[in-house]
Design a protein around this ligand. Structure first.
Ligand code: RBZ
Ligand code: NIO
Length: 356
């Protein structure tokens, strides 16, 4: 019945082995000591495999910042009140948030999406300042029952897929994920615990900077949510519905949409990587389109990256979200594309190779 989602999932393929090989051959001939551009070469090869060309372009960039609220904030799991979510959406529109400033340094658009903020953002939608895929005014409290229905979970993922498709049709060549939602490190930890089988306490951190007491509330709320809802780790839509969030589903969808359209996608920090875990669970090959932007200071992030087998480009002690780490990594991805597209080989540059 979940036909649109299944249709996309069934069309996600691994990146081209043939183009990866061609890229590897070409990169090995660049006028540099072999391998000396390190991770840039790994990235360049990935970009060639994704785009199926030796001259991949990632110059048109967009960060999709997905916003949603969380019923579980009632359990005292965040240092900030729920009202901050719509207030920050407003800040994104004003251009005064960290993501606005950092995306600008990469020449990237910021696309703000209301996936389920618990406030009326209709005016911003009408003015064309944000997109609305609003599913509800916040999720339900997952410590008491499912965060959302299965139908809503599917819709959240499909919304992300649709947004990615729309941006690709507008010419976007590099996507990045971001999040805004007070309380959303709680469902992110829950998703990690369920999908990795790790103990809740081990994967639960301090988010916006919570007290010892709030950390206890948070661990207990997640344990309760898993106990009450019994999410099925083999069924990612079930996990999202029971212990997830609207924006996390949207992020998973953006990643799946990127993989479907064969566009690279930079995955931001803790919340975005929770979305990536769901995307990988839905379509294992989607991981080949992901680029881990950075390693967040949020404690459990390392386990998420480990699960996905991704190594982050940056380690800047960020713990903000919004897409900030992904925006910062964009210029590195651009650099990799330019190395591939513009550098000369030993032969073309008239430089002697090794042992000559
Ligand atoms: C002013 C402000 C701006 C933010 N931008 C991102 N987050 C980040 O912090 C929140 C998650 O942390 P927790 O689970 O502890 O609530 C999310 O909104 C995330 O995007 C922010 C948080 C605040 C307070
Ligand atoms: O890594 C993140 O994305 C993050 C960490 C803490 C709070 N908000 C976001």
């Amino acid at each position: 019945m979940n036909s649109q989602l299944n249709g996309v999932i069934s069309h996600i393929r691994p990146v081209s082995r043939e183009w990866r090989q061609k890229a590897r051959d070409y990169l090995s001939r660049l006028a540099i000591p072999r391998g000396s551009l390190g991770e840039l070469l790994v990235l360049a090869e990935q970009l060639s495999g994704i785009r199926e060309t030796l001259k991949p372009s990632v110059s048109k960039k967009a960060v999709v910042t997905m916003a949603g609220d969380h019923g579980v904030v009632r359990e005292g799991v965040s240092a900030f009140p729920r009202e901050v979510t719509p207030q920050m959406v407003n800040n994104f529109v004003l251009g005064g948030a960290a993501i606005n400033v950092l995306a600008e340094t990469a020449g990237a658009r910021v696309v703000v999406v209301d996936m389920g903020v618990a406030a009326d953002l209709g005016t911003l939608v009408k003015e064309g300042k944000i997109l609305s895929y609003k599913i509800d005014h916040g999720t339900r409290n997952m410590a008491r029952g499912p965060a959302m229905t299965r139908e809503q979970a599917r819709r959240a993922v499909e919304s992300g897929i649709e947004i990615a498709g729309k941006l690709v049709r507008e010419g976007v060549e590099l996507l990045a994920t971001g999040d805004m939602g007070i309380g959303n490190t709680t469902p992110s930890s829950a998703i990690l615990a369920v999908l990795s089988g790790r103990p809740v306490r081990q994967v639960t951190g301090r988010g916006t900077g919570i007290s010892d007491q709030a950390l206890e509330n948070k661990v207990r709320a997640i344990e309760k949510a898993i106990e009450v809802n019994r999410p099925d780790a083999r069924d990612p839509v079930d996990v999202l519905a029971k212990v997830g969030g609207f924006e996390i589903g949207g992020i998973a969808g953006v990643i799946l949409g990127a993989a479907y359209h064969r566009v690279p996608v930079l995955v931001d920090g803790f919340i975005s990587t929770a979305g990536a875990l769901l995307a990988r669970a839905l379509a294992p090959d989607s991981v080949e389109y992901m680029i881990a932007a950075h390693r967040s200071l949020e404690y459990g992030h390392q386990f998420m990256l480990e699960e996905l087998g991704l190594s982050p480009l940056l380690n800047l002690n960020l713990r903000l979200g919004e897409g900030t780490g992904a925006a910062l990594a964009m210029n590195i991805v651009e650099a990799a594309a330019q190395v591939m597209g513009k550098m000369l080989t030993f032969e073309d540059a008239g430089v002697d190779g090794p042992g000559g």
